[in-house]
Design a protein around this ligand. Structure first.
Ligand code: PEP
Length: 248
């Protein structure tokens, strides 16, 4: 399958950044053997969709209800209405700061799917969990608890993002990435059968133009979720270029 490379702009981006988003779209269409997307702050989604059709635009979270008395929240239906075609759910920054549990994330993923969005569910261990030898146990527990029972229809990806690698410039040993992605694949196939082989497993955590080729070459690394290095065309392009080399 073609690699999927998704930018996560987090809480970055205002009107003056729309030109950079358009530049990223203009760049991305040159990489036809890669699937790419940009997950933006909700406030920019509609305008980003107006200025570029060259890269899918997504959100970074959604509420598990489609509407109602939830002050300050954004539903999946609202993301779709603004033009989004995908959303991230369960990012570790939300798991930590908003105390989101696996069950919340599962419900959000189903809400997003019901609103017609593709979904990236994030999982990943903390440094303390890895140091204690619990990384596999923690991550496979998140996979079991956060993924819906019915994932048929090619709408779901899983992003393995070690919490300690996000925004730190540190990445795991390649062997550890290989072990984790292989374990996630096995869990998906055990639970979903052949459908589990079609779920993309992205790696996220300090991926950049220097390390992308090596990370993307690992078996079962089907793409990347990129934070800091997705904020400019100059930093994002080398990652798409690295992914393009694996495309059919
Ligand atoms: C992320 O936030 O999903 C992420 C991977 O960030 P960074 O690439 O900056 O580590």
């Amino acid at each position: 399958m073609r690699k999927l490379v998704v930018g996560n702009w987090k809480m970055n981006g205002v009107t003056s950044d729309l030109a950079e988003i358009a530049a990223i779209g203009d760049m991305a269409i040159n990489y036809s053997r890669v699937e790419s997307a940009l997950c933006l702050p909700a406030t920019l989604i509609s305008r980003a969709c107006d200025i570029t059709k060259s890269i899918p635009i997504g959100g970074q979270d959604c509420h598990l209800q489609q509407s109602g008395a939830h002050t300050g929240c954004v539903s999946a239906a609202m993301l779709a209405d603004a033009g989004a075609s995908l959303t991230i759910v369960g990012h570790s920054e939300r798991r930590a700061a908003q105390h989101e549990q696996d069950g919340d994330i599962l419900a959000k993923a189903e809400a997003a799917h019901n609103a017609g969005l593709k979904v990236i569910i994030c999982v990943g261990e903390t440094l303390a969990e890895r140091d204690a030898g619990n990384a596999l146990h923690v991550v496979l527990g998140q996979v079991a608890g956060s993924l819906p029972q019915d994932i048929s229809g090619d709408w779901l990806s899983v992003a393995y993002e070690p919490v300690w690698a996000i925004g730190t410039g540190r990445i795991p040993e390649m062997a550890d990435v290989k072990e984790m992605h292989s374990a996630i694949r096995s869990a998906l196939v055990d639970r979903y059968g052949a459908i589990g082989n079609g779920v993309r497993i992205l790696y996220g955590g300090s991926m950049n133009g220097d390390n992308a080729a090596e990370l993307l070459a690992i078996e079962n690394v089907d793409g990347g979720l990129i934070g800091g290095a997705s904020l400019s065309r100059a930093k994002f392009e080398p990652i798409l270029a690295a992914a393009e080399a694996f495309g059919e």
